[in-house]
Design a protein. Structure first.
Lengths: 432, 432
């Protein structure tokens, strides 16, 4: 069992007491956090080359990206500043139609490299060729929640559903527990009732959760009201989908007060994507209301084609800024709450809050170390404020996932970046 | 005369034709950009140690931070998530009262180090101890527009105005043209008419521009209507202040259509600060309307105590995201326009658009090289989109100001960062 000692760190625990420890030692044993002690108490048994001097570094629980389509790195910057439907129909879908399984594998790898560099230790993915995404996560030593996207209008929708259920059952907890599976019905407006009912049955039989887009745009909610006489949340609830646990509901921008009550009551994980909602002009989700009602709220980047990165520090900051502006209240979503959403909140939204999202003995050792020895993070009046309002993804120095170092001193340990660049390049030359 | 050759770069020119050149050579002679040529045409006369291989790097005109209070780095994270008045009265002002000239010098130095690392090559500063800010800029080789803040309620307001006019006259174009001076009346609500009239006279006699906060909050505009029967823009116009050139008007969040017409007609430089406006819940400035009316619009960070950094890539991105959300139009403020605001637009707003803001022969060589050899900037479907939507300040690789390298391969060339950290630390220990 491998042991690592991170010495003399400032630790933002994200625990119930919101503790920030200074000059502390963090001991990792196997995949877990073994202990947190004042600096100097934990030096005996750990080999010298497994001791990290973290003076000047700040440890946080790794960010959990609660909603993305990781392989869409392949389409980053391929089309921007367009209305949603022409963007999808003229640019995104034609290119996506050509993608094969290995393209998705390498696109996912590119996204994982980006995320590890940004201190993200887990991502919740919904895309085509889900086995490729799961394989990429395991090969990279990355934690992932993986669901295949299910769209009822595809000609092989039934077959895909069968394969997705099989995958969810077989890959559940693969790779030393790194991979969690879900089913991924795309959205209420792309999946009819009879199909959603089969998804619910499938999820129950496989013992997995559901990842779905919900109430992302005003138009979607208006259409649902017109067609079903119900909001998307009401409709999903009526179909029993919200009784599955966990449900990771991406976006949730346009909610009624009754919708909010339902989401809270059913402990649905709201996966808020402020960057995507701003860039696509979808609207401002009612996050302060959801938080006040004690909803489970996490943060996600959405796909890198509509963001255009997988940077969770940015989402944390945007969540703090957007809701201050939107509510007109400069005290809305304070720094601590924003950081909590991007770590522990996301973990809870994905149903893995018992394992990750806090730095606490017994938790999996998913930890990011941020390098504070830089002018924009100085002076250190408040480290939590600095992570939220001043830091950037490139400040991440080292990252552990499941107790394993995946980046040390900005060097990736499990991935060959130049190979990833080459593979993506070669594939795009053929595709575009 | 020093000569530098940046070889094989991708160059975002920001010129009238919005050209992006690939595989190009950028020749710097003395303080100016001498030529832009296809790679390989410019190798003869430049010594080998002054040639930079910029394969994989993207050159942009250095960012111009059109509104800040740089030395407020000292208060970064000192208080957040508070309403404006308690924040100022209970936290900011009591600490600022204790600051001396050398504290401001070192606080400014810390901000300059941060800005150079972030590809910012010029900043427009308004603060106490303006000579210290100007000295810091010259010592660092940084371009700066400097004005002392003028607050009529201070006991020595008259004396300060006299000193500010003297400074503006004497320091105009100091340090090889690096420093431009202005007068800095704080805001219409802190400076009465008779004082503003003296500022206008002073600016005219010294031949300098004016830097002022305008219509930042709804309350400020309502108060102005109540007290003067005029919006702040109307009042400043009535006092002749907008006939001074240039006027750099920070924020301009709450404007009437008539205000917009006035700002356009008088060629006032609107210095938009989206990050600060979001964090302090001030509101969303009518940027799409201003741009459609052909206003001069630049971007600024505001002070690092209310932002909490001096990161212009973040402001560029926020300007693109905020106005899409606020207008409900995903095509609002496209990538190119956002980047233009943060470079050329800011330069025009400060009255130095004839010298900086574009990569073009004859312009001053203020250039940032961004390192694109990273997963979050790959693949390279669109380099402008990537700078705006995916890059971060830490991606800046090298920076030239006035033809002089101030950062090469992430190493600062003119500043001793550890000395700056030490000085700031020691001073804060005494102050707090």
């Amino acid at each position: 069992m491998e042991t690592w000692l991170i010495r003399n760190a400032t630790i933002i625990t994200m625990d119930d007491d919101r503790r920030v420890l200074s000059d502390s030692d963090l001991l990792i044993e196997g995949s877990e956090i073994k202990s947190l002690q004042p600096d100097g108490s934990e030096t005996s048994s750990v080999p010298r080359d497994r001791v990290i001097d973290a003076s000047g570094l700040v440890a946080i629980p790794g960010f959990v990206n609660a909603h993305t389509h990781c392989a869409m790195t392949l389409l980053r910057g391929y089309a921007d500043d367009m209305p949603l439907m022409p963007w999808l129909e003229e640019r995104v879908w034609p290119l996506e139609m050509k993608l094969g399984e290995e393209d998705v594998y390498w696109g996912t790898m590119l996204g994982i490299a980006e995320m590890i560099r940004a201190g993200v230790t887990c991502f919740n993915d919904m895309y085509h060729y889900f086995e490729a995404a799961a394989r990429a996560a395991i090969d990279a030593g990355m934690r992932a929640v993986v669901s295949g996207v299910l769209l009822a209008f595809l000609p092989d929708a039934d077959e895909r559903l069968g394969r997705a259920i099989e995958f969810a059952r077989d890959w559940k907890e693969k790779g030393d527990g790194l991979v969690v599976t879900m089913l991924g019905p795309h959205a209420p407006y792309t999946v009819p009732d009879h199909f959603l009912e089969r998804v619910v049955e499938g999820a129950k039989s496989a013992g997995v959760g559901i990842h779905i887009h919900v109430s992302e745009t005003e138009g979607e909610v208006a259409d649902s009201q017109r067609e079903f006489g119900q909001t998307p949340v009401e409709r999903l609830d009526g179909l029993g989908l919200l009784d599955v646990h966990p449900v990771a509901a991406a976006h949730c921008v346009h909610l009624t007060d009754a919708d909010i009550e339902t989401l809270v009551e059913k402990r649905v994980g709201v996966c808020h994507c402020p960057g995507s909602n701003m860039k696509l002009a979808s609207g401002a989700a009612p996050i302060p209301k959801l938080l006040a009602a004690d909803a489970v709220v996490g943060l996600g980047t959405d796909g890198p084609a509509s963001n255009n990165n997988l940077d969770m520090i940015e989402e944390v900051r945007l969540s703090a800024l957007l809701h201050k502006l939107h509510s007109g209240d400069p005290t809305a979503v304070p720094a601590w709450q924003a950081l909590e959403m991007g770590t522990r909140g996301s973990a809870r939204a994905l149903g893995i809050g018992d394992r990750v999202g806090q730095i606490k003995p017994g938790m999996k050792a998913d930890v990011a170390l941020i390098d504070f020895r830089q002018p924009h993070l100085f002076p250190r009046h408040d480290v939590v404020s600095h992570v939220v309002y001043a830091a950037r993804a490139g400040d991440v120095h080292s990252v552990f996932i499941n107790g394993r170092p995946v980046m040390l001193n900005r060097e990736l340990q499990t991935l060959d970046e130049s190979r990833i660049f080459q593979e993506v390049n070669d594939r795009l030359e053929r595709l575009t």
